[in-house]
Design a protein around this ligand. Structure first.
Ligand code: SF4
Length: 355
């Protein structure tokens, strides 16, 4: 029933360029003393109050930002719950620490609120690898298919979609569509799409994008680590390659993997996702041992340390600057925003019916 396709080239060069730009910003953000860090933290807390703003951070951002969000009445979570929190919270200004599609999603859902980000160039290789014009042309070739896109896409790509999904709910949405007899276009993550297709048996045409972090996990090295830690449970995010997923004890979203660490009886876990998640995992299970799943280690970049370079662009300095100067605001053309709202709202309404 499946139909695999390679509808567009994956754009290695723009992704490499964006990683290089991220590395420059990361160096600036990391280069602060302990005193400066304390001053920035105090200043950000003041500014959040002054601006009636709340900080919403993703699990993959630095521990500094996650702690700040938790201490100031903000929220740390995956992209779906970040969107939910931002919509339900009364603050009229949201500061989104994450990557740009997360800020855009907040704006799409909350046009009356002001949305700021520490750095608007915080990209995502899935978003970069799915340009709206090429994606629209692909969809035009398959008008009989329901278009399902992952949250990690631009507002323009979402505007073309029938459904937006996150990794936590993708299986349920695709099963729901399959039960209705729908054929599907899936974009942009090929690994997650392949996993969902295998689990549901749905007829899916897959866009061939990938996450540079999860795509780098290696099954052969993971097997060796598993031999060294035979009692460890292996936790894998479904953006990882198929042969890595095949070794997992648990395949799940970020929220699902944190829950697994807290609830499974194992003392040791091998974790195949961005290591920013370790902050919340350690809080959830302080006595357990967490090991990073091995990846291909391509040089001294953040890719080799299993950490998203674009998430790491979010720092205390640029967060303080965005709040102080009210810069880096997310703005979306209203026509696009209204179209993109429909599939996101569909997701949120569907999620509300699930337990
Ligand atoms: S970790 Fe991967 S999917 Fe997540 S924002 Fe970074 S590049 Fe995108």
């Amino acid at each position: 029933m499946s139909a695999l396709a390679n509808p567009a080239p994956v754009l290695e060069k723009p992704i490499d360029d964006a990683i290089r730009r991220a590395d420059d910003v990361i160096l600036q953000q990391r280069n602060i003393s302990a005193d400066e860090k304390a001053e920035l933290t105090t200043r950000i807390k003041q500014l959040l109050k002054q601006r009636n703003a709340v900080l919403v951070a993703h699990y993959y951002t630095s521990a500094d930002l996650q702690i700040l969000a938790d201490e100031t009445g903000g929220f740390v979570s995956d992209s779906l719950d970040m969107a939910r929190f931002g919509t339900e919270h009364p603050a009229q200004t949201l500061v989104v620490a994450g990557v740009r599609f997360m800020g855009e999603t907040a704006k799409i859902l909350n046009p009356e609120k002001r949305i700021f980000m520490p750095d608007l160039n915080a990209e995502c290789s899935l978003d970069i690898g799915c340009p709206a014009d090429e994606f629209n042309a692909f969809c035009d070739q398959h008008p009989d298919r329901t278009v399902v896109v992952y949250a990690n896409t631009s507002a323009e790509v979402k505007a073309r979609a029938d459904w937006v999904v996150t990794s936590g709910i993708a299986l349920k949405v695709i099963q729901h569509l399959k039960d209705q007899g729908k054929k599907i276009i899936w974009a942009p993550d090929k690994h997650l799409g392949n996993y969902v297709q295998q689990q549901t048996g749905a007829d899916m045409l897959l866009w061939q994008g990938s996450c540079v972090i999860h795509d780098a996990f290696k099954a052969s090295a993971l097997k060796k680590l598993m031999q060294q830690h035979p009692d460890a449970a292996v936790l894998v995010h479904p953006e990882s390659p198929e042969d890595v997923i095949a070794l997992a004890d648990v395949v799940g979203s970020t929220t699902g993997l944190i829950k697994a660490v807290a609830t499974m009886p194992n003392q040791t876990f091998i974790v195949a996702t961005d290591n920013g998640i370790f902050h919340k995992m350690k809080l959830a299970a302080p006595d357990k041992t967490l090991l990073e799943a091995p990846n291909e280690g391509v040089g001294a970049t953040c890719i080799s340390c299993a950490h998203c370079p674009w998430m790491e662009m979010n720092g205390l300095k640029n967060l303080a600057q965005a709040l102080e100067n009210e810069t880096n605001e997310i703005l979306i053309e209203e026509n696009i925003r209204k179209k993109a709202y429909i599939p996101i709202k569909r997701l949120m309404d569907f999620a509300a019916t699930q337990t």
